[in-house]
Ligand binder design. Structure first.
Ligand code: ZN
Length: 313
């Protein structure tokens, strides 16, 4: 071996492997655009499906994170509405317990696969957080339908009724869960769910506080939504309030994506698709920019509480 080359190896190899290890160990945050091409979510006052806006926001979060010097990596569960079937099949083979059928109908299996895939992916990546982005609707009793023109076609659209506004207001909601799916995690279920719940809640509060206090403009400052609990009770579900001032709700056993991973998980409902004013507000550049800043700052703070994102990284 050439002496100079040997000196080079001694001096620089540790540095090379160290930096590679750091890159490999960068914490991963998995951002999920809610829904997919088979189940496109809520329909807004303008006839547009929720999945479109969820996708836009997820991509913007990833792009913004890439432009900034952050100590974590953002990955997306999927791009532009389409489920990555190859990746799903790979995960089904390597993590069968996440996809075990539990007397579901054909439709339910397809929906369940789509949700379980997101959870299996988060755990397979050893992600620090699974954050699912959504835009909300309200229960049918508070919706009126009308036809609108969308891309040259007449489509059905939904708008919240005056009875809704008499009782409630629009705003963001953050959902976490204190439960874990016992079919996927039969062992240590209570301990696992307690750990996951407490981490999910730490992050939910960080981001909830920022969304409440760092609004794009004082004039447009809005409170978290207040319709969820009644809405879900109407649907016969068993949700409970955690923090009304921040709009944080415990979805308990009801939401697949929140109970199917070890990874701390939450859903952020950005605003109400069926309220024209609220949807246009959350689609505005000012809101999107502010929300992404709030989200990325919260992630950074969350990781520091766990020493996974120290300034030296
Ligand atoms: Zn949704």
């Amino acid at each position: 071996m050439n002496v100079n080359f040997a000196i080079f190896l001694i001096l620089f190899l540790p540095l090379i492997s160290c930096s590679q290890a750091q890159i490999k160990n960068r914490p991963i945050i998995l951002i999920d655009a809610g829904h997919d091409q088979n189940s496109s979510g809520a329909i807004g006052y303008n006839g547009v499906s929720e999945v479109v806006y969820n996708d836009e926001m997820a991509k913007m979060i990833k792009d913004e994170a890439q432009n900034k010097k952050l100590c974590f990596d953002i990955q997306l569960t999927r791009e532009k509405g389409t489920l990555p079937y190859e990746k799903i099949n790979e995960l089904k083979k390597n993590y069968p317990e996440y996809f075990r059928p539990e007397s579901l109908s054909e439709n339910e299996i397809s929906l369940s696969t789509s949700l379980r895939y997101r959870s299996a992916l988060a755990d397979s990546l050893d992600a620090q957080l699974l954050i699912s982005i959504h835009h909300d609707s309200v229960s049918p009793q508070f919706l009126k339908t009308n036809l609108v023109l969308l891309n040259g076609k007449l489509v059905i659209a939904y708008t919240a009724t005056t009875q809704f506004y008499e009782k409630y207001h629009s705003g963001q909601t953050i959902l976490v869960s204190s439960k874990l799916n016992t079919n996927i995690f039969p062992k240590n279920n209570e301990q696992l769910s307690a750990e996951k719940y407490s981490k999910s809640l730490v992050f939910a509060k960080l981001v909830g506080e920022k969304m409440l206090h760092n609004s794009p403009s004082e004039k447009e400052k809005r409170l978290p939504s207040n319709y969820h609990l009644d809405d879900y009770l109407y649907q016969g579900r068993t949700y409970s309030d955690i923090d009304k001032s921040l709009g944080i709700i415990d979805g308990q056993e009801e939401i697949g994506i929140l109970i199917s991973s070890k990874t701390p998980a939450l859903i952020i409902e950005l605003g109400l698709m069926t309220d024209p004013k609220d949807l246009e507000f959350v689609r505005s550049n000012a809101f999107r920019k502010e929300f992404i800043k709030n989200l990325l700052t919260s992630i950074q703070e969350y990781l520091r509480t766990d020493e996974k994102c120290l300034p030296s990284l």
